[in-house]
Structures are given as structure tokens and as C-alpha cells.
Design a binder for this molecule. Sequence first.
Ligand code: PEP
Ligand code: MG
Length: 890
Amino acid sequence: MVRYVYAFTEGGRDMAGLLGGKGANLAEMTRLGLPVPPGFTVTTEACRSFLTTGSEPAGLAREISDRLTLLEQVAGRRLGQPDDPLLLSVRSGARFSMPGMMETILDVGLNEDSVLGLAKSSGNERFAWDSYRRLVQMFGSTVMGVDSALFESTMARLKQARGAVDDLGLDAADLAGLVEAYKELIHRETGESFPQSPAEQLQRAVLAVFRSWNVERARVYRRREHIPDGLGTAVNVQTMVFGNLGPTATSRGGGSGVAFTRDPATGRSGLYGDYLPNAQGEDVVAGIRNTVPLDELGRLDPDAFTRLRGHMATLEAHYRDLCDIEFTIERGTLWMLQTRVGKRTAEAAFTIAAELADEGLITSDEGLARVGGDELARLMFPRFDTSAVGEALAHGIPASPGAAVGAAVFDSAEAVRRAGAGERVVLVREETTPDDLPGMVAAQAVLTGRGGKTSHAAVVARGMGKVCVCGAEEIAVDPRGRRFAVGDTVVEEGTVISVDGSEGTVYWGAAPLIDSTVMRYFETGERPAGLVDAVARAMGHADGVRRLGVRANADTPEDAARARRFGAEGIGLCRTEHMFLGDRRQLVEAMILARTDTEREGALGALLPLQRQDFAGILEAMDGLPVTVRLLDPPLHEFLPDRTELAVRIAAAEAHGNPPSTHDAELLEAVNRMHEENPMLGLRGVRLGLVVPGLVAMQVRAIAEAVVERKRAGGDPRAEIMVPLIDTAEELRLVREEVEQVLAAVSKESGVPVTCPVGTMIELPRAALTAGRIAEEAQFFSFGTNDLTQTTWGFSRDDVEAAFFSAYLDKGIFKVSPFETIDRDGVGRLVEIAVAEGRAARPGLKIGVCGEHGGDPESVPFFHAAGLDYVSCSPFRVPVARLEAGRAAL
Ligand code: PEP
Ligand code: MG
């Protein structure tokens, strides 16, 4: 029979799939002998069954009630027992952390009788009523579906009537009155009474947490984080402990906190966290009041602090990683409520990996596995030039690093609206809640007036790699008036501000940016201690273990030189069409408009020295390394003026009584002649070379002469010639013959032998499927996964992203655009077939990829596994690809 409930004493960290991350780690802490309030976990399997069938899985109620009986026996009191009630928390906990996205219900077991018992047993009447009102509020909104704003406004009215600034200004009688008001509210809204039976409360709370897997914000979060929708959440039912019985270090007091074994923003070692005296865990994260730094606990309650440090050392040594924990101190007793391997910024990820390796806690391989290409890419972003920004407008807590500039907006919807229209925005809130998630996704940065480094805003922003400054107490946020004020300075909605999440500062206007130190390291090799050194070490290890080569896509000597500094081992794609633009357009036009062979030869002859010069520069920058030059690919009319513009120009001239110039008339005739409805599927790539006489010869001659020039200058040029967009081996054979003739001719004329491997792009399904035959003609392959994705899916690469991709992403048809991350099942399958058949026909065939996917952190492991020799990507992505290639080889 399926089992749906596990006690904390039965699970362990390797059971996260079944028990969720939180449940598995609670079990692990229990096994380690740490003080965890007893409890049990209802499995994700129960949740999946409930969500699929719509009804509670058979046997679940029984299992929960049996497990509860055992819990009651250990506790020596019953759930909701009138004189001394056992109370429970009911929390979500999925396989992957989804902070604040799903529901939690606390204080389950309180009712009209047990609230009095709790008042007596705790000796604190106010506390008992406060706990009860929390339960009624959470249960009312989460389980019974009453709008949470109605509870908040009821509370706000009461506070106003009492002149209370916060909830501490309400006494026991006020809170008892509030419970009544809440209960009436629930009855009015639902026609049902708040249930008094503790067992019913528990059962309904568990199901409500299951249901919360599918609330809108949880879905949005999953989509963003690429968490599968089908996993479901586990539910953790745990004995309540109370940090809000009174001030810390009084005999009945306590508090709650969140702590990290290392700084999650910078990675520096040392305990780090926030503590809130006389509060429940939820209050810390919600930023209800401002927290104090964790060190303060050492002063307030040295005993508890020492124990906490001991437990955290145990956890870090056990998990061999940064751990974050939540804890509560109840009447001087420390309880561990949660732990997990903590989320961290990109900077912290590299720093921690290097330090843990230094401390001997992990190997260099493990260190490399813990950093990723996306994180590296984030570190290559610029920061503000603080010497040029002037005085800061406000200061807060540096919660998530980086620099961002945008217009201030004051609610999530406005952030989404403006970002959708292409504007960069900064979301400014007093504090954020999970409902602000869409706005946070849309914004460049998040700024809050309240809350510490572990507030919702901070945790979520860090997870997204989004700039965040929180707890900027000097700012007074006025969401209704759509502005915030710092003293007399008022910042209205739409005003541009700059947010520095590394320093915790906010500036008026758009602050100037400077390059990152990590970028400088790649540019110059400058390697200061700390972050840059940690990055350099990860790169060194990745280079040592990787099997994939990394080349760059570069079309100019400058890009080639930069790519080389970034560690590129050659050029995998030099797109020659870029050499046909700018001032050379006229020459290209002349070639296209040529009426006779002589005219065409003249135009091609004029292009030749220019192309030769380009190639010589690139070959020099990449001396000694392979440079794959691709023959011209796009349709020729891309080099002519736009048809409509030209027609309008001619019509306007005629309207003024001027006949069009002969040149314009000829151009229009050529544009019309060459117009294609689907140019991407038309006269481009190898087809162009086969129908425009002299085009291939001119390009090959330019390459060959550049090789001669470099050799004469004492260089080591290694050009490779690549033919784009072939469908059949026959196309390649014809072009290759022409290439070889030209190479032979240049060798003869110059007396310098020129040989270049001739290979092809595999970027059409037919080419992939006939790769064996093509390999007989090709000395190398390079997958053009942009076109291969376009033609395999039948998606126009120029149109679809704007047309319908967001709908497809929303519907979950794919989790990420196939133009961004390789579609392993379809396009990837073609790649695998082509690799296998290509190498079967020509053993040792060199194979690379030069589509955008070559620099995508998610795709590089696929290319490694598919047995490619190298990936090629834009120069800035080269370090990312090196790192990911190393990780793939672990
Ligand atoms: C490709 O199609 O993947 C490719 C690299 O060529 P282009 O993007 O120039 O079409
Ligand atoms: Mg292509």
C-alpha cells in the first residue's frame, strides 16, 4: 500500500523528491540530533494524487490521525487540548524551494476553549489571543478563501481606533475582539463558521497547502525557475514553538531569526543573519518590524547564540556547503525550524566554492560543479562608477548585487505594464509580498523601505539575480500617491533612479556604469584576491578538465582579439556578410546590378582587396589558431534598399515632376526581381554561391591571398572554409571543386602553398539526415543550430518570438525558447544522427556548433554529451562556455 506520511525521524536528505526539500532537511536535522520540534511530512505523492483526482487520497486521513496520536504521545498533550493545547504549524515544502509562493497555516488547534488554555499555560493572555487571531486570519484566507485584504483592513481600523502604530499596540482584549470580528467576517463572506474542531482544522489545512501548489504566483515562479508543474508539494506538520512569548532573555521570552553560515551576498565566511526579538519566524521574513543583526543575539542571549553557532557549524560540515536556517528561541530553548543549502548571489557562489575547497571541505571538482555559466555571465555586468555619481539619495541594505537604472514605479502591475512597453523600471515598495512577483520579474531592480537581507524582496531578488536594495528606512513610500520621499526630496513615478545592490545605495538619475572586475580579469589578466581570484580558479579548473574546445563567432580583428583574450581557441564562425555592409554597400549594389560578366567581375574585383584586408586582420589576431570563414550566406536583396522605401522615393520624385534616377530605377527593378516571400528559405547560403558567378571565387581568393600575406609576414594563418546551408552532398561537391581551383591558382601565382580544409554547416534537417554522404565531401561539420531550429520546428526565427512565444511559454508547450536552449528531443536528435553518421563515413571528422546555443549554459552539456569537438559563441560568452564545458566533463 502507498504510504503518504513520514515522521521526521524516518526521513533523510536523499528523500527530497518524496518529502520536499524542507521535509527532507527537517528529517536530516532530526537525525543529526539537532533540536527540531517533532512533526511529520505528508508526501508530494499525496499532493499529486489530490491534484489529479480532486479528492483526498484514500487512507491519508487515517495515516495523519495515527501519526498525530504518536506525536501527542511524545508531547504529552493533545492537539487543541483545552487546558494545555498542542498546536501545529502546517507548511508547504516542494522539491525545489519556492520561497513564500505557497501557503502556511500556523497555530492549528486553537479554538474558543484552547485559546484560554494557551493563555494559562503560557502565562501570557495577549500572546494566546494574538496566536488565535493569526490562525483565524490565515485559515480564513487560505483555507476558506476570504480575501486577505479584508482581514488587514479590519485590523487597520482597530489599530487606528486604538491609536496603535503596530500590532504590539493592541492588548489581549483588543485581540479577542479582533478574533470575533474575523469570525463574523468569515461567516459573512462564506456562510460558514470558522471550524472549532482541531482535527478538522488540520485536515483542511493540509489540503489547502496542496491546493496552493497551483496559485497564480506559484505558477509564475515555477515557469521562471523552470520547475516542472507536475511535482506537487509536500506538507510539513510540526509542533509549534513560540518566539513571541516576550522579549528575548526574559525568562519567558524569545525571538526568531534567519541565519546563514556564510554571507549569501558576498560569500565571505562568518555567521550572518537577522534576528527579531519577541517574534515568530514569519515576522522576520515579512519585514513587519526591522530586524537586528544576528550578532546582537550574542548580547541578548549568549547561551542560545553559542548553541546556534554550534548547530550551524554542524550543519555546514555535514552539508559541506553554505546552509541557511530558520530558528526560534522559546523561553530560552533554541529550536531549529528549517535548513537548506542556501541560495546565494553569483559572487558568493564563486567565493564560497573557492573557500570551501581551501578549507578541504570539498574537492575542486565539487567546487566547479557549484558555479555556473549564468552566474559567471552576471558577474561580467558593469557596476556604477561611484566616483561620478554624486551623493546618494538613500541608503539601504545591499541585498542583491549589481547596478540597475530605471524609472521608479510603485506597484507590480505598473512595473509589468511599463516593462512590456520596453521601459526599464525599478519597483519601489514598502515591502514586497509574493503578489509582487510579476513586477519583480519585470523590473530591473527592487527597492524596499523595510525588511532585512532575508526579507521576501531580498530572497526572491537574489534568486533571480536581480538588483535589490531593501530596508532603506530613509525613504517614505507612498504607493497611493505614486511617489516616495527622502526628507524634502520627492521622487514621483516615472523618475529615473539608479540602484546599487552591491553597496545598498540609491541615486537620483541615471548613474554612469563601469566595467566589472571579473570582466577586467578576462580582458587584462589582472587577478586581485577575493572574487576575481575565485573566478580565475574555477576557470583554470574548467580548462583543465574540459574536453570541448571553445571558439568564438567573430567577424572583425577587434572581436577576434577580444575573443582570444577571453580564452577562445580559434574562430568557429566568421560571418562574411558583415564585410559587405557600410561603405561597401555600393560595391555590392554594383555587383548585384551588373548586366554583363565584365561589369560583375569589375565589382567583385573591387570587393576583393577589402575582403582580403579583413581576413588578414582576423588571421593575424588569431595567429596559430583555426579561423573558420563562412562563405556569404544571406540573400543578396538584404544588401539592397528596402522595396517600399525605394518605391516611395521614386513616387515622391515623380510627384515633384522629376523622373527617377536611372540608378533608382535599376535598383527597383533588381529589388523586384529578387523579392522573395520567404527569403530565409530562398536564394541564400550555398545556393547563392552556385548561381551568382564569381562570388565564391572572389571570397575564396580573398581568403587565400590573406593567407599568403600572413605567411609572408611570418605568421601562422589557419583558415578553414565553411559552406552554409547545404541540403545535399552534391552542392558541397560543386563548391568544393571551385574552392580547390582557386586555392591552387593562388598557390601557383604566389609561390606560397595554400591549403584550407573545406567543410560545411549542418543547418537543415536534410543535411543532418544525409550527413554520412555529406561527410564524404566535407572535412569538418559545424552545426548551425539557429537555422536547424528554425527549419526543424518550422518556426521563422525572425518572427515567432514576438508573434506567439509568450503564449507558448505560458501554456507550458516549452519552458524556454528553443532558439535559446537546444531542443534535445528534436533538434538534438538530428545533431546526434549527423554526428554518428558523419563520423561513421569519415572517422575523426571534426565537428562543432556555431549557432547561438554554443554559448548557452544549458546547451553546452548537450554538445559535450553528443561528442562534439568544440562550441563557438560570441566573444563575451566564451568564458561562460569554457566554464560550462568544464562542468560538463565532471
Ligand atoms: C546558424 O544558423 O546557426 C548559424 C550559425 O548561421 P546564421 O545564424 O548566420 O544563420
Ligand atoms: Mg545559419
